[in-house]
Design a protein around this ligand. Structure first.
Ligand SMILES: C[S@@+](CC[C@H](N)C(=O)[O-])C[C@H]1O[C@@H](n2cnc3c(N)ncnc32)[C@H](O)[C@@H]1O
Length: 257
């Protein structure tokens, strides 16, 4: 926790808004997508999706993967509590929804479905997009699947398996957005990053969640930023965006959203 507080202060000192951004690509992304606060119809459906989960007080038995939880002490958890603590905020969900549209994404991969708030955020009103999402815990995956069905999000393919088993089955699929939100450990994050490299094209974006969550994740983020195939990175504190666009000068941005 101490690490997170220190990291946040450092982020506040280093971060800027669009005014210090001289790259046209990043400037447009920040002003037209990150900072676009025009209300969208999809946001209403996304709120309904999250509210339905927050109203679900069933208990499920959760199998923990990766770095585990700082909030939950038991494996018996209420769906509503999972939605509140593990699921992304509506603000972040809205940003994911905009990003799919802004990048004209048609193929998305998410590692870490949980109860599907992030997945639904990318899927709602984006019917032409094919989303593959991977969740290791069977009972959590079942809750997500039921909610996708009740919102008719049938363009989501949910793989109930570990990331380790699922990644090799993706063979030669190419994705426009890859959202990595599970198993926040250095070695695993870097392993996924390296495995995912072959599933990208020049304009693909990788999004890593919780890049400042621990000293380990901080170290993983530093290594990713230095990778020779990475051109632009954007640190927004919770998420790290990684671009591979060959036409960009290598540059690391720190942006408040
Ligand atoms: C933080 S939650 C995902 C939140 C979700 N992406 C969202 O936006 O609402 C992380 C999920 O990843 C799953 N997970 C973590 N490590 C995993 C692994 N190695 N294989 C499969 N699932 C894993 C956990 O079970 C958990 O449900």
């Amino acid at each position: 926790m101490w690490h997170l507080i220190k990291a946040y202060f450092s982020f506040i000192v280093k971060s800027t808004n669009q005014h210090d951004v001289h790259s046209p690509f990043v400037y447009d992304l920040v002003t037209k997508c990150f900072y676009n606060n025009k209300k969208q119809e999809a946001y209403t459906t996304l709120s309904a999706y999250k509210n339905q989960l927050l109203d679900n007080h069933d208990h499920i038995k959760v199998s923990d993967f990766g770095a585990g939880s700082r909030v939950f002490k038991s494996d018996k958890r209420k769906v509503s509590a999972i939605a509140k603590n593990a699921g992304i905020s509506l603000k972040r969900g809205q940003l994911l929804n905009r990003l799919v549209k802004y990048l004209n994404a048609t193929a998305i991969l998410e590692l870490g479905t949980s109860v599907g708030i992030g997945t639904a955020a990318m899927a709602i009103d984006n019917k032409e997009v094919k989303i593959t999402t991977v969740e290791g815990c069977p009972e959590t995956a079942k809750v997500a699947k039921n909610h996708f069905n009740s919102f008719h999000l049938d363009h989501i393919k949910l793989i109930n398996d570990t990331f380790e088993n699922a990644l090799p089955t993706l063979t030669d699929q190419i994705f426009d957005i890859v959202y990595v939100d599970g198993n926040h450990q250095k070695e695993a994050t870097l392993r996924y990053f390296n495995q995912l490299l072959k599933h990208r094209h020049n304009n693909t974006v990788f999004i890593f969640d919780d890049i400042h969550w621990s000293a380990e994740m901080e170290a993983a983020w530093k290594t990713i930023k230095k990778h020779p195939e990475v051109s632009v990175t954007i640190d927004t504190f919770q998420w790290g965006f990684v671009f591979f666009r060959k036409e960009q000068v290598k540059e690391d941005f720190v942006i408040r959203i």
